[in-house]
Design a protein around this ligand. Structure first.
Ligand code: ATP
Ligand code: MG
Length: 359
């Protein structure tokens, strides 16, 4: 395969304007070391695009992204979008248009960050397109309803297809790791919905006889993540449970700045997206922790490397991995939320310097 990739850059809002450029800089430096050629395509998205293009998600962006191998999506501050035409939350559109049904969210400890645990290494794979936020184009009439002024009905969609494909994505990851997968659900109460999810997980398990499967009920999982997070390796769960458990897991290793993510599907395109939001309270101060965004971008490069069999991309990801760990080991090159003394730029510089030392 040719060592050439086209990657979109969507800065998003608030701290996105600081951490996405940091992530791009780190990937650029690693790619330069391995001879990986990346064609970067910055695109308008978010509040700044509302001024320049009349929409937070300008027309043409989807079409442009279709021609790419992947993209980096910064956090979107959609809660702060003005109530005007053109203020659109791009998340659901992007996830559904590119069929990014699996949200891969690793939780990894690094020593010295003042986190609750120093020895966690697990991955939560969260279903990304169904649950309480299903695709309204596919599931007619789904979402929330208010039949009377005093009552709301929220509908959760679980399908065999949605469940089996996220399960397969999780099994594939488990196979590359410790060959253990935990299915998290609540089929004791949601007998039909979670019941179907669990059934599909076991159906897919037959394709992966070398992976050991166990089940944990979601409330027990919330407790066990605190008590014995080391006993988990790969976890698969439905949309909302996954959303909550990944923030909980992030809290154990240093907070939201330590929570990266990659959205993948069956298609050839993947999206790097940190778990955290746009953190308007700390935006523009140069103090945002860029780890989650940089690591999300590294995951994208690694995924593309494996998916397209591009050795230079796999090697670039390995170089980034080592440099990120080196920067995190030094208080001067990590941010204050993880017991550092530096800012966003110091941490980014620390990672870039660590790469230079290695070469
Ligand atoms: P969303 O609804 O978009 O998920 P949220 O309300 O969950 O947003 P976030 O923007 O994720 O909120 O952030 C919550 C708080 O966590 C922020 O106010 C900020 O203090 C902290 N935080 C989030 N991301 C980072 C980061 N990268 N570095 C440092 N602190 C962060
Ligand atoms: Mg949040």
């Amino acid at each position: 395969m040719s060592a050439h990739l086209t990657i979109g850059i969507l800065n998003g809002d608030d701290i996105g304007l600081e951490i996405v450029p940091a992530a791009v800089e780190v990937v650029k430096a690693a790619a330069a070391q391995t001879g990986l050629n990346i064609d970067w395509r910055p695109m308008p998205l978010g509040r700044t695009a509302l001024d320049t293009h009349g929409s937070t998600f300008p027309e043409g962006t989807i079409e442009a992204l279709q021609k790419m191998d992947g993209f980096i999506l910064g956090p979107i501050g959609h809660q702060a979008y003005p109530k005007v035409a053109g203020a659109i939350n791009p998340h659901p559109i992007l996830r559904k248009r590119f069929n990014l049904f699996a949200n891969v969210r690793p939780t990894r400890s690094f020593p010295g960050l003042g986190a609750i645990y120093d020895d966690i290494d697990l991955v939560i794979v969260r279903e990304n397109n169904e649950g309480f936020q299903p695709d309204r184009n596919v599931v007619a009439g789904s979402g929330e309803f208010r039949p009377t002024e005093d009552m709301t009905i929220s509908v959760r969609v679980i399908s065999r297809l949605g469940s089996s494909r996220v399960a397969r994505a999780a099994f594939e990851i488990a196979q590359q790791r410790k060959k253990r997968l935990t299915v998290v659900h609540k089929n004791t109460v949601f007998k039909l919905g979670c019941g179907m999810f669990v059934e599909e997980c076991y159906r897919v398990a037959k394709e992966f006889p070398d992976v050991a499967v166990n089940e944990v009920i979601v409330d027990t999982m919330a407790m066990r993540l605190i008590r014995d997070p080391q006993s988990f390796d790969v976890v698969v769960t439905t949309n909302m449970f996954g959303d909550i458990l990944t923030d909980e897991a992030a809290g154990l290793v240093g907070g939201l700045g330590m929570a990266p993510g990659l959205c993948i599907g069956e298609g050839a395109i993947a999206m790097a997206q940190a778990t955290h939001g746009s953190a308007p309270d700390i935006a523009g101060k140069g103090i945002a922790n860029p780890y989650a965004m940089i690591e999300s971008a590294r995951m994208l490069i690694e995924w593309l490397g494996h998916n397209r069999e591009i050795a230079q991309a796999v090697e670039a990801s390995r170089i980034m991995d080592a440099a990120i760990a080196a920067a995190l080991a030094n208080p001067a090159t990590r941010t204050k939320d993880i017991r550092g003394t530096g800012g966003t730029a110091d941490m980014t510089r620390g990672i870039l310097d660590a790469m230079k030392l290695k070469s």
